[in-house]
Write a protein that binds this ligand. Structure first.
Ligand SMILES: Cc1cc2nc3c(=O)[nH]c(=O)nc-3n(C[C@H](O)[C@H](O)[C@H](O)COP(=O)(O)OP(=O)(O)OC[C@H]3O[C@@H](n4cnc5c(N)ncnc54)[C@H](O)[C@@H]3O)c2cc1C
Length: 392
């Protein structure tokens, strides 16, 4: 997303931009829901990607109890989209000849006012700027700021997005139309509808985005990161390699703990996968002519659902700075001075909301926030809501 946003915004101000993606095949079907924010919609419009057929609007938020009874309810219209849809819109905003699959960045060398990027296989590209939009495990950041490392939050999520048509009629009638919470102690289950295959938003063709937050220490996570072949992964396991015994345990625990509609949702996920939650914020985003953007620069815990919006805002700020300054170094300094403090605030806000899960409550403020969030109405007011920075 970051790379495409940067390309779209910079092309608008007259730069030639090429995007190099390490995946050899098109990135589709990640099956993840994305909550939208006014900043995201604005970035999509201004970048030229647009917001057509972006997703599904829910009208209400509800909280259910273990039996599935609605214990809180709040009108809260919100547009929910999907990773696939955003990627498609942004891909269409960048000419296909500027998007290069199968290019894994290896290293960069700065040469005066230029950068030479080297990719696996030997290809080298010379440019005025290299933008590292290569995600939370950024190889670009590893080169320029190896000391900046994501920090494990002490919890992870199980997730997936089953087809609406596969869900039980009772699930479709009860939770499916809503942004739904189930909030037992030290856990969160959140669900909302998103478009289905090929962005189909017709009733019966949609999906339901399911997220289950679980607390787990670093040792638990290490054990989960051993794949079906016995190989130990450092951070997470590609979904096809997640061990069946973990999924069996997940289903067994769900039988004990989830309300019927969320249990049905989980059971209908063909291949549930887990994502450990990390965050960090690089104090520097500019290293000569190498820039960090999006998750490569900072990543917050996903409680605000703001990562793609932040990527769009980073890219927009970079283009604004380059358009406003003749001198590139001054433009980049401006970009960093605007975005680094905001990124830090976003990360800190994510930690605040993460106190709900009761992990490492180190300060009085943490404990007070934890207490405030034990009221499920507060969770409805704070999780993935627009304009949270103004309110925080
Ligand atoms: C559970 C969860 C829920 C979330 N929910 C939301 C939400 O509701 N709303 C929202 O806005 N955000 C959400 N986010 C955050 C959002 O997914 C990220 O912030 C966003 O994907 C960041 O985009 P990015 O392009 O910076 O990084 P990425 O999406 O990680 O993309 C990085 C790209 O770089 C490529 N790459 C990596 N290394 C190399 C290399 N060496 N050479 C070439 N290419 C490389 C990768 O293949 C990838 O395509 C969520 C995140 C999580 C974990």
């Amino acid at each position: 997303m970051s790379g495409l946003f940067a390309a779209a915004f910079l092309r608008k101000i007259g730069w030639d931009v090429d995007v190099y993606e390490r995946s050899p095949v098109e990135l589709v079907g990640r099956g993840a829901g994305i909550t939208t924010h006014p900043e995201l919609l604005e970035a999509l419009e201004l970048s030229g990607a647009g917001t057509r057929d972006l997703g599904i609007t829910v009208e209400r938020r509800i909280v259910i109890d273990r039996k599935g009874r609605v214990i809180a309810d709040k009108p809260f219209p919100q547009l929910l989209t999907s990773w696939d849809r955003l990627q498609r819109l942004l891909r269409d905003a960048v000419p296909p000849e500027c998007y290069h699959l199968g290019h894994e960045f290896e290293r960069a060398d700065q040469d005066g006012s230029e950068v030479v990027a080297q990719f696996a296989g030997g290809r080298r590209e010379r440019a005025d700027l290299l933008i590292g939009g290569d995600g939370i495990r950024s190889g670009v950041r590893a080169q320029v700021a190896p000391e900046v490392q994501p920090i494990y939050a002490g919890y992870y999520i199980w997730r997936g997005a089953p087809n609406e048509a596969d869900l039980a009629p009772q699930t479709r009638a009860s939770i499916f139309p809503h942004f739904t919470f189930f909030l037992p102690e030290r856990q969160q289950v959140i669900g909302y509808p998103i478009s289905g295959f090929d962005n189909d938003s017709r009733p019966g063709r949609r999906r339901y985005n399911f997220i289950w937050y679980r607390v787990g220490d670093a040792e638990t996570l290490r054990r989960m990161c051993v794949d079906t072949n016995g190989h130990q992964h450092a951070y997470s396991v590609p979904p096809p390699l997640i061990r069946p015994d973990l999924v069996a345990d997940l289903h067994a625990e769900a039988e004990q703990e989830l309300p019927p509609a969320f249990l049905d949702t989980l059971k209908k996920i063909e291949r549930p996968f887990f994502t450990p939650i990390y965050d960090f914020c690089s104090p520097r985003m500019v290293f000569g002519r190498i820039i960090l953007l999006g998750d490569a620069a900072s990543s917050a815990r996903p409680h605000m659902g703001f990562g793609v919006a932040k990527a769009g805002d980073d890219a927009r700020a970079l283009a604004d700075a380059l358009a406003a300054h003749d001198d590139i170094d001054r433009a980049l300094a401006h970009y960093q001075s605007v975005r680094a403090p905001i990124s830090e605030r976003i990360m800190r806000h994510g930690r605040k909301l993460g106190t709900h899960l009761g992990v490492d409550l180190a300060t009085d403020e943490d404990r007070a926030t934890w207490k405030m969030l034990q009221d499920y109405r507060a969770m409805m007011d704070w999780i993935a809501v627009p304009n949270f920075l103004a309110a925080s």
